[in-house]
Design a protein around this ligand. Structure first.
Ligand SMILES: NC(=O)C1=CN([C@@H]2O[C@H](COP(=O)(O)OP(=O)(O)OC[C@H]3O[C@@H](n4cnc5c(N)ncnc54)[C@H](OP(=O)(O)O)[C@@H]3O)[C@@H](O)[C@H]2O)C=CC1
Ligand SMILES: CC(=O)N[C@@H](CCC(=O)OP(=O)(O)O)C(=O)O
Length: 349
């Protein structure tokens, strides 16, 4: 023992898992004690990820709650939907802390989860116990929690772009439309026809139109902040890039505002929050400007002609959209500075 917090990663062989490894390897207060696989226990981790040769020398371990309890304090779940539903209660009951990167514990109402995810929901007691870790909005809830539902990638970018406007009543909640674009790593490492080079290269497409599972998650956050039920239109698009999410949101202003007023509202709402950066009037962020980092960058514009505000928000889906925010949640949960181990610049170009 060197005094560091011991972490285990279930789903370590996926894209979310390998990004968690990148972050936890250089975290000053945490270490990785188990990399876990449901299908390949015994194999050397770096066999599947040669970029980690001579860096991660561990072998993959099977899922075993007692073994995790003996080797770890906190377990990250970077697993497909449905796994955490069953596994998180066992880990919590064993006295472990859990940060779930999947969607299993994000929606407070089990029937809503079942409708959108087509999976059996988790036990309501654990849904109640899970704290929704959108750090810049609900971060206070995370301190001292033991079960975190890490927000989805699209919900993180979309919600951070709308929350200040709703919190202050500057937009009409019934008029929100968000148009989202993502790179292919959002779909994970598994194979799928839509993600083949020859299918997505030089092409783009909308998918899960009016049925994306992140819609109720965004609505849940916006409703909580607005203090009334919010429904919205949300459309996702796949782009031929590896990392990155860009969301453009539109809503009707409740009264005339200037660009400067809206920029100042965002700056004041996120004051002191390192990972949200607001562009000046007339400037809008690109996905490359946050790539590999935990930042969410936001640009805003008022259209005086239509009375609508346009918000552009970008994140790296694997960082602020998954592993980065999961480590930020770990930091908040442990009472550490939220940027511990995340304090590095984006990769550019
Ligand atoms: N990719 C992204 O940008 C984001 C992903 N997420 C969510 O994070 C989770 C992981 O996503 P991602 O890493 O992209 O997905 P991947 O498909 O890349 O990885 C998922 C991993 O889960 C493991 N797994 C599969 N079945 C089981 C099982 N029954 N029990 C335990 N582990 C299993 C697999 O590894 P093995 O066979 O070795 O066990 C696999 O490597 C998903 O819920 C996803 O929705 C959230 C935000 C963003
Ligand atoms: C390109 C692509 O398919 N992206 C995924 C991103 C969702 C995801 O990562 O899952 P969570 O629900 O756990 O956040 C999607 O649109 O479903």
């Amino acid at each position: 023992m060197n005094g560091k917090l011991r972490t285990a990663i279930v789903g370590s062989t996926g894209y979310g898992g390998v990004e968690l490894i990148r972050l936890l390897l250089q975290h000053p207060k945490a270490e990785i004690t188990s990399v876990i696989s449901s299908s390949n226990a015994g194999a050397l981790y770096a066999e599947g990820y040669p970029h980690l040769s001579e860096i991660v020398t561990d072998r993959l371990e099977a899922i075993d709650v007692a073994a995790m309890k003996s080797k770890a304090d906190v377990v990250f779940l970077a697993t497909p939907h449905g796994v955490s539903t069953e596994l998180s209660p066992k880990l919590i009951d064993a006295g472990l802390k859990v940060i779930d990167v999947s969607g299993d514990l994000r929606l407070k109402q089990g029937d809503v989860y079942e409708t959108w995810y087509k999976h059996k929901p988790a036990d309501p007691a654990y849904l109640d116990r899970a704290v929704y870790g959108l750090c810049e909005v609900f971060g206070e809830d995370v301190r001292g929690a033991d079960l975190i539902a890490n927000p989805g990638c699209f919900p993180t970018a979309t919600s951070l772009g709308l929350v200040p406007l709703l919190a202050e009543g500057w937009i009409d909640p019934s008029t929100i439309i968000s148009d989202a674009k993502t790179g292919v790593s959002g779909a994970g490492r598994g194979l799928g026809l839509a993600y083949h080079y020859s299918e997505i290269n030089e092409s783009t497409l909308a998918y899960k139109v009016n049925r994306h599972q992140h819609t109720p998650e965004i609505e849940q956050t916006l409703s909580r902040v607005a203090g009334q039920e919010v429904t919205m239109t949300f459309t996702t698009h796949l782009l031929p890039m590896t990392r990155g999410i860009l969301v453009t949101s539109y809503a009707k202003l409740t009264q005339a505002r200037t660009d400067e007023e809206v920029v100042n509202l965002f700056r004041s709402y996120y004051e002191g929050r390192k990972f949200v950066r607001i562009r000046p009037v007339g400037k809008y962020p690109a996905t490359k400007e946050v790539s590999g980092s935990n930042y969410c960058d936001i640009g805003v514009s008022v259209d005086a002609r239509t009375g609508r505000v346009t918000v552009i928000s970008v994140i790296d889906n694997l960082m602020k959209g998954a592993a980065g925010q999961a480590v930020q949640n770990l930091n908040l949960m442990m009472g550490w500075d939220e940027s511990t181990g995340l304090d590095f610049t984006p990769v550019y170009p």
